[in-house]
Design a protein around this ligand. Structure first.
Ligand code: ATP
Ligand code: MG
Length: 328
């Protein structure tokens, strides 16, 4: 039997290049070797978007199409909706009994996200989302979790929670391993923070050729470089980072040309936009094929959710037995 892989995305918007290099590319490569579960994280979306439930349905559809467009194969992998697996909520409640509030408050990603969002007082669901994420991984006993860098503190916390469960009750769970992609944290077009759906600094996987050119054109570069002949500082330029990620082999020449003031930003941007468009082209083709099959995304998500539910029920039987909650 294959080991399981689980990962997911908040249904808060389109998937972007950060998702691709941080996690999606790995998922596609691993889906043959692992029994893979990809979760449309609607409950986790609500931790910050509880006032906009009307946005979830469209984003569920959008993220599913993004998955299919990068090459996730619904015949091999299971795509499912988080809120339709009530066992995840149940596990979250049990795990919550032995996770301290302080350990959550000190989680560096929780701290960073709370300060970005300006939360002075933390919502219970937001603070506890590493616990709910542990339940996501645990319900299907996943052993590997492909994620970006921001998820590493949560993975550490998940391992601790599952270890503790095993010590307290019975050895039901494995300790999952995080697998980080080629680029653990892709910088956004603003050059200030990671590319992120909620920051509007993304290049989305469904962007048209023209949109990619326009977005790259507007992206920040080295502010000290005014004329083409000024020596540039590629290390602080998001465009240079994209060269190292998407045109790795040629990036040495870009670095030199920029530093020596021989390569202008306009030319440099045109090269990276062309490479990104080449990367996105097969994704667009796959997306179009899937879009032509009406109701297809809905059907695969429904089937995936049913499969996930069966596995969740099996795990809960073991959990209830371990916790002596098997009354009848
Ligand atoms: P939001 O702003 O709504 O939180 P997001 O863009 O951060 O959205 P998530 O759904 O939170 O996306 O993250 C899904 C997965 O993609 C996680 O494993 C995360 O680590 C990874 N990821 C997201 N952004 C990047 C990035 N810029 N670079 C690398 N990995 C990323
Ligand atoms: Mg995020």
């Amino acid at each position: 039997m294959k080991e399981r892989l689980l990962t997911g995305d908040r249904v808060t918007g389109n998937l972007h290049l950060g998702h691709y290099v941080g996690s999606l590319k790995n998922r596609v490569e691993l889906q043959e070797s692992y029994d893979s579960f990809f979760m449309l994280a609607d409950v986790q979306a609500l931790t910050t978007h509880y006032k906009q439930p009307e946005t979830l349905k469209a984003h569920v559809n959008q993220v599913t199409l993004d998955y299919l467009s990068v090459g996730i194969d619904p015949e091999q992998s299971t795509i499912f909706i988080q809120s339709l697996i009530p066992e995840i909520a149940e596990l979250t409640a049990y795990f919550s009994m032995f996770v301290t509030v302080n350990s959550l408050k000190h989680n560096p990603t929780i701290k960073a996200e709370a300060s970005e969002k300006g939360y002075s007082d933390l919502y219970y669901g937001f603070l506890g989302y590493p616990i709910s994420q542990t339940a996501d991984i645990a319900f299907c006993k996943a052993t590997v979790v492909p994620v970006g860098e921001d998820q590493l503190p949560h993975m550490e916390q998940s391992r601790k929670i599952l270890r503790r469960f095993n010590q307290l009750y019975a050895p039901v769970f494995n300790e999952p391993q995080a697998i980080v992609g080629d680029c653990a944290r892709l910088i956004g077009l603003d050059g200030d923070s990671k590319m992120s759906k909620s920051k509007g600094n993304t290049i989305d996987l469904d962007s048209t050729k023209q949109e990619v050119y326009d977005q790259i054109k507007k992206a920040k570069t080295d502010p000290a470089r005014i004329r083409r002949s000024d020596p540039g500082h590629p290390d602080i330029c998001p465009i240079y980072t994209y060269h190292t990620v998407f045109r790795k082999e040629e990036s040495g020449g870009i670095n030199e040309g920029c530093q020596k003031g021989m390569l202008g930003c306009v030319e440099c941007k045109a090269m990276i936009a062309a490479s990104i468009n080449t990367l996105l082209e097969p994704m667009h083709e796959r997306r179009d094929t899937y879009l032509q099959k009406s109701n297809y995304t809905k059907e695969i998500v429904q089937a995936g959710t049913e499969r996930a539910r069966l596995i969740a029920k099996e795990t809960m039987e073991e959990v209830r037995e371990a916790m002596m909650l098997n009354y009848f």
